[in-house]
Design a protein around this ligand. Structure first.
Ligand SMILES: [Zn+2]
Length: 347
């Protein structure tokens, strides 16, 4: 029997821990939101947002447009969350921890924190029979460090068990992690989990070092430039930090030529250096990727094997912040059963 990688990767019981809510919005939904807001964006702008060329542009300006014009009520957040969860479920993602940036929603879209959160949480609860989910509030690193501590304060004042931790995103070159030590301390002391985007835009490994040593993160998003610093790499291994990598990440596609990007991409080398990684979609609608495809890319672009994919699933289970060892053990059994059954079919 021929091996069908797509079918195989689709069937993997997957976990996603690095996906931005605003990066999941379907084109039709985007068009609807634009219409409802009085069409502040023209058709061509929207087309450009959803066009991914050989050297794709980043998605951050799309997120700014969403804050500024399109997300206007908790119902909008409910809709996009429901649609993301439905999409992930269709690709056999059974658990997700996804990012949302409250600062832009509250300050720019002018939706109060609790109302906005309730819109997202309602969608999470309504879809729980299909997919389990947790929310990670993400710091806008292009905003001030005061905005970051303010956001963490909102979380503490409105504590909810489904809002599990904090992250940090937007353009790393404009917001080094050292700016946000206070916000991270506040979150840690309140029992929240912490992750950070670091070493994404070719930024120096010292940013990852700050995230590990000063922000005391529980895992790392991207983290590619860790490979430049042997001591840091060993420290990450000692701390058992897991890296949520993104095969479709725009930076390397943009900066490396089409015939060398996959050969030189750090994702290819991270596992052999002893790091624990697993693939994620990040901004699936704009990267034009699915959970299935991001797992396929690990094999197709970076030459990982089916056994590697099995390890990646186990890494994702370990990296999940859900505090339920019994359930995690069930997930491990489900993963191992899936891989064993597929191996016996294809031998
Ligand atoms: Zn990201």
């Amino acid at each position: 029997m021929d091996f069908d990688l797509e079918q195989f990767c689709h069937g993997i019981p997957k976990i996603e821990l690095h996906c931005h809510l605003y990066g999941t919005i379907r084109k039709n939904t985007f068009i609807d939101l634009n219409k409802a807001a009085g069409s502040p964006l023209n058709k061509q702008e929207i087309e450009e947002f959803y066009f991914r060329g050989e050297k794709p542009i980043g998605v951050l300006r799309i997120f700014r447009a969403l804050d500024q014009y399109l997300i206007r009520s908790p119902n909008d957040l409910y809709r996009i969350t429901s649609e993301y969860l439905e999409f992930a479920h269709l690709h056999n993602v059974h658990y997700t921890e996804f990012f949302w940036n409250p600062t832009g929603t509250v300050k720019v879209s002018k939706i109060p924190y609790l109302d906005a959160t309730n819109g997202i949480l309602k969608a999470m609860k309504d879809n729980e029979h299909k997919i389990k989910s947790r929310l990670i509030n993400s710091i806008d690193r292009e905003a001030s460090s005061e905005s970051a501590t303010e956001m963490v304060t909102w979380m503490i004042e409105n504590k909810n068990p489904l809002v599990i931790g904090i992250g940090i995103d937007y353009r790393e070159t404009l917001g080094p992690p050292g700016n946000f030590i206070e916000a991270y301390n506040l979150a840690k002391n309140a029992g929240l989990k912490c992750t950070a985007h670091a070493g994404e835009f070719g930024c120096p490994s010292s940013y990852i070092k700050t995230a590990v040593e000063d922000l005391k993160v529980d895992r790392i998003d991207h983290g590619y430039t860790v490979l430049e610093d042997e001591l840091l790499l060993e420290a990450c291994k000692l701390k058992n930090l897991i890296f949520t990598v993104v095969p479709s990440n725009s930076y390397y596609l943009r900066t490396l030529s089409p015939d060398e990007w996959a050969k030189k991409h750090p994702i290819r080398f991270m596992k052999s250096k002893g790091l624990k990684i697993f693939p994620n979609t990040d901004d699936p609608a704009f990267h034009q990727v699915t959970p299935t495809k991001s797992w396929m890319m690990m094999v197709e672009c970076f030459d990982y094997t089916i056994n590697d994919l099995q390890e990646f699933v186990l890494n994702s289970i370990e990296a999940a912040w859900l505090n339920n060892e019994e359930l995690k053990e069930e997930w491990r059994t489900r993963c191992n059963n899936y891989f064993e059954s597929q191996k016996s079919v294809h031998q």
